[in-house]
Write a protein that binds this ligand. Structure first.
Ligand code: ZN
Ligand code: ZN
Length: 92
């Protein structure tokens, strides 16, 4: 079971995506499962310190504010949204 990083609701598998029925958040299924599982363990301290759920966050530096955690919006295109300032940027 995976949970929405935006609102904490359970994500529903739909095709190749996991979809949040509550807020509309969606993430691609396979890449994120592998990615977030390996990621979560190494970032445990950050998750605890921040007090939030980072199920689908990636360790990507925001070019605007320098914050380390970003939410993958479209992993195939390398699109991320900064957890701190909400800035959307692409990583190649
Ligand atoms: Zn949600
Ligand atoms: Zn930022």
């Amino acid at each position: 079971m995976r949970f929405c990083p935006e609102c904490g609701s359970a994500l529903t598998p739909r095709g190749k995506e996991l979809v949040c029925r509550k807020c509309g958040y969606r993430t691609e299924l396979d890449e994120n499962l592998v990615f977030s599982e390996s990621f979560d363990h190494s970032m445990d301290k950050t998750v605890v310190a921040d007090g939030k759920r980072y199920g689908a966050s990636a360790a990507v530096l925001c070019p605007k504010c320098g914050y380390l955690l970003a939410q993958p919006i479209n992993p195939r295109k390398g699109l991320y949204r900064c957890r701190a300032c909400g800035h959307v940027f692409s990583v190649k």
